[in-house]
Design a protein around this ligand. Structure first.
Ligand code: HEC
Length: 135
């Protein structure tokens, strides 16, 4: 190898390495962004048991003292059949997680439920996304 071709090799070699380095960094940044966008409800694929649990978690936490579904429950909050049509999954999640942050002064209490429980509740609410109007 002549010293000139060695020089060319070194130049292109380092350019190649720099490019590789940039690609790796860009890739890891993109991966990081993906992770941030990976919200708990997006990878959730509810089973019938999850939906059933969602209903039970609502019963245990007294949601029905203020909300009704299928004509059963309280009147303080809006009826929740149709809630999944009015609000996106993400908005339902944020709302149930921290109602006071979404709407300061709201009467709905903050429950601090684990994410998994909220996702089950939302899965249940999503099966009740239509309101049946009785004649
Ligand atoms: C003390 C009464 C009360 C309890 C208990 C309560 N909520 Fe609420 N909730 C409200 C009120 C009032 C609103 C309407 C908030 C507003 O617009 O100010 C609301 C709104 C909502 C909404 C948004 C509905 C829509 O159509 O926009 C959802 C979803 C919801 N509640 C779910 C729940 C769940 C799930 C529970 C139980 C874990 C629960 N709530 C317990 C009072 C309550």
């Amino acid at each position: 190898m002549t010293s000139e071709s060695l020089l060319v090799f070194v130049k292109f070699g380092s350019a190649f390495l720099a490019l590789l380095f940039v690609m790796i960094i860009a890739n890891s940044l993109a991966g990081g962004a993906d992770q941030a966008a990976e919200t708990p409800w997006k990878k959730f694929n509810p089973t019938a048991a999850d939906i059933h649990d969602g209903r039970q978690i609502m019963e245990r936490n007294g949601c029905f003292s203020c909300h009704s579904i299928d004509g059963f429950g309280g009147q303080i909050g809006p009826r929740l059949d149709g809630a999944a049509r009015r609000k996106s999954t993400e908005d339902l999640f944020l709302w149930i997680k921290s109602p006071g942050d979404v709407k300061p002064g709201t009467r709905m209490p903050q429950y601090n439920l684990p994410d998994a429980s909220m996702i089950k509740i939302i899965s249940y609410l999503e099966t009740k996304d239509t309101v049946e109007v009785k004649p």
